[in-house]
Structure formats: structure tokens, C-alpha cells
Design a protein around this ligand. Sequence first.
Ligand SMILES: [Zn+2]
Length: 394
Amino acid sequence: MRVSVPPGKLRRRGRRRGLLAAAAVLACAPGAWAQRSNLKPPWNMYSPETDVRVGKQNADILEKRLPLCNAPQVDAYLTKLGLKLVAKLPTRGAQYPWEFHCVNSKEINAFALPGGFVFVNRGAIEVSDNEAQLAAVMAHELSHVALRHGTAQASKAQMLQGAAGIFGGLFGGSTGGALLTQGVALGAGGVLLHYSRSDETQADVLGTQALYDTGYDPRAMAQFFEKLEAETQGKNPPQFLSDHPNPGNRVERVDEEIDKLGGVPSNAKRDSAEFEAIKREVMALPVVKMPEPQADASEHALANATQALIQELAKTNPGLKVTREPGRVELNGQPGLSTYLSNDSPAGGQETDWLVTVLQPQGLLSFLCVAPQAAYPEYENTFTVVLDSVRLPR
Ligand SMILES: [Zn+2]
């Protein structure tokens, strides 16, 4: 049996299909074959709720210890910019509180604790040439939060240690963790803010996607890091670069992602009058020195004994240099000092020496953790876990 269709009807249907097909082709035209990288967060034994709890504990400590800018307009601006980026980041259903603080420190640094507690130094705002570069460093930090890299690093360290409860102090228990808690607060030896090279690549890529999705020039991601490397040439690397090790092919990987996204949009945003106004306000803020913790007699004794030890070590190691001045930490609940040194390695090249000292009734107790400089970031978490397992007599 034949079904006859009136010719007009057939033609109409055909035309409509043709139009739909044309529309589909148009929609896919830019970057038709490319697909953005799909990033899988690393293995993590903690829940997103733990991220928030641990992040909040440490943020509370930092808010008391760090000199904040106390500039409501700057905080509001950082919050607005941060939330714009956050809206484009996948958090896999997790709800984070997202808080943004400006820190009155000239050091070029920005960091985000797990759970989304973000601290941006005035130095990072001042060094940014435009809003896109500031957005880039923030997008990078926020990507570490979204991918939960801090607690993923803690998970790895805990597996290496092979015992439960080592992060008790950090993660709500009662044992251990004091060194870590203090370490995060003081930026020395904190496991939550030291990322691996693969974490860095992930944060670059996801951050580049967030920049693109918010309409910023995604090239700003690589630009910020290149600028930072150039700024610090010949000087001690800032904290930022030791927390965020260079994965090696940063610019290439960012460019590759931009290609996958379909290239730099012609109307990509680079700057805003608002950013320039905020930058001027930040530059006019009074310079505040980090508040010196009140030192008592025993702290002086610890500082002097540590200094004497370093001088003693330098006698037999002429290449020994202090790369980060002693900072306060706690070791098993007792006050200690954390100092970073560099030295000529007997294996050739340079080594990084992490010295942790505690004053005991018998004298100065010291721990020296040594690793080749290039590989040091990979060792530090393990060192932290080892030191955190130290039990001192009461
Ligand atoms: Zn990073």
C-alpha cells in the first residue's frame, strides 16, 4: 500500500529539518572539535564537610594572626570577583562558605584554605597589571578548593604514615596535629597548602576554564605566574612559589586549554576601572609589619640556641644559608622554631634543610629534614607527618 503525502507538506518538513541542521552546525562552529579538559579531583579520604571544618579552624587562627587590610571596599571587591569565578567552578554538590580577606602584607601571596577561606595579600593585588591577572591568581586558588587538593594532600600523607588519628589536632580529635595546625597558620610546613605539581597543573587548567567562562582573558593565568617568576629572579622565592611548585610547562598547558576552549575571545575582558580604583586604594594603605608574637624568656632562649646551632652547622658547611627565618611552630604541644636552610648537597646541586628546634630541660632538641632542593616539595608532607608523630616528655 502506498501512502501519498501532499507535495507541499513534504517540502515544508524537509525545509525545517534543514534549518535545524544549519542551526546545530552554527552552534558548534567555534572549536567544534575541541573539548575542554575534564578534571578529576585526586583521591581524598575526607568529606567536603571536613574541608569546611578544617578550613574554618585555620581561618579563625589566621584572622587573629595576620594583619588584615581592614578595607571594607577591598574585601567587598575581592568577594564579588571571587564569587563570579566560584559560580563557574564545579564543586560536585559540595557547599562551601567562600570568604575573602585582604591581608596587609607586601609579600606576593594568596592562598585558599580547604572549604573556601581565601586570603589575598595586598602584594598580589599590587603586582597585578590588570583585573584579569588578579582574577587568574584567584581562579587558581579557588580551583585548589574546588578540587579539594588540601585534604587530598593530607590524605596522601596520612596513608604514608599508615596510622589513624595523626591529624587529630587538625581534624577535630585530641592527639597530634599541633604542628600542622600551627604550620598552616604560620605558613611553614603546613600540609594543607603545599600542592604537588599535578595539583598545580589541575588548578591552572580549571582556573583557565573559569577565567574563560567569566569572560576574562584566559592568558592571564600563565601571565601571572611568568610575572611572579620574573619579579622574584635572584631573590628568595616568595612563599607562593614554594606552596605552588612550577609544574614545568605552565604556559604550554594553559595555551593548550585555551585552544580547546576555542581560543581567546575577541572581547575578552582584561581590566576594569573598578580594579584600578581598588589597586590605588590598596597601594595607599599604611604598611603594617607582621605583628611580632610576644616573646618571653624561654622563647629568647630557644631563638638564641637555634641561632647558635645554625652557626655551628655553618662552620662545617660553608655553603649553608638561611632561606626562611625562624618561625614559630608547635611540636607535640611545645613551642618550637621552624627554619629553612639551603646547602651544597654532597650529591651535587643544592639541598633544602628544614630545621625544627625545641628547647628541652636537657638542652636544644633539633630535627633536620634534608632533601634535594628540586624534589623538596614532594618530601615536605612526609617530613611534616614524621615531626607530627614526635612525642616529647611532659
Ligand atoms: Zn597552586
